[in-house]
Design a protein around this ligand. Structure first.
Ligand SMILES: [Zn+2]
Length: 206
């Protein structure tokens, strides 16, 4: 009689990186492994996010590839585009394209890093707001992201306007301060502004 030995895959049914995962049934194992791998790298880079993600969900999120969300009960979820990720060809062609509106990124790792920066901001708001209303307002207004963006522009002797933000980061970065910070941190290009933003995020949010 031998006892069975189980060597579970990195991606076990219902979990990715020990995070409860919903609706992953139609996602190829190879893609789940790729996601697991990148989450592993990102949690090493941003260890304070360990235990902060309550759920990974594959669902219809329109044109977005992935999305970091938080609700009023402070639950942080990482969402993936179920249509794109269920088809290896679709997701690989998306990850290998370059998008004119975004900073150049390191494939899936880069896209996920953008979302991880949003989650770092959510966590920072949770820790630094006295109650849920204040937390919610700080998240919606991008209060702490705006602080980092303004300070970084000042340190680099740059004015705060959309033209500068688009030329130094990306068009997408002009949408809000939160997007500017996520875009800068997930960029492969390092200019002075991007370096300063990365440094302040490490100092203040990690
Ligand atoms: Zn974003």
């Amino acid at each position: 009689m031998t006892n069975e030995i189980h060597r579970p895959l990195a991606v076990r049914k219902g979990f990715i990186y020990e995070i409860p995962t919903r609706n992953s049934g139609c996602i190829p194992n190879e893609i789940l492994k790729m996601i697991d791998n990148e989450i592993h790298k990102l949690l090493r880079e941003y260890p304070c996010l360990k235990g902060e993600i309550s759920e990974i969900v594959f669902e219809d999120i329109g044109n977005d590839i992935a999305r970091a969300s938080i609700d009023r009960s402070m639950k942080i979820r990482l969402k993936f585009n179920v249509v794109a990720f269920s088809d290896k060809k679709i997701i690989n062609s998306i990850l290998n394209s370059s998008f004119i509106s975004l900073t150049p990124k390191d494939g899936l790792l880069g896209f996920l890093k953008h979302e991880f920066i949003h989650m770092l901001e959510y966590r920072h708001c949770k820790l630094h707001s006295e109650d849920i209303e204040i937390m919610w307002n700080n998240i919606c207004s991008g209060y702490y992201a705006n602080e980092i963006l303004c300070d970084s522009l000042k340190y680099c002797n740059l004015e705060k306007n959309d033209g500068i933000i688009e030329s130094k980061i990306s068009y997408y970065a002009t949408i809000s301060a939160s997007e500017a910070i996520a875009e800068a941190c997930s960029s492969n290009v390092d200019n002075n502004l991007i370096k300063t933003i990365k440094r302040l995020v490490k100092e203040r949010w990690n």
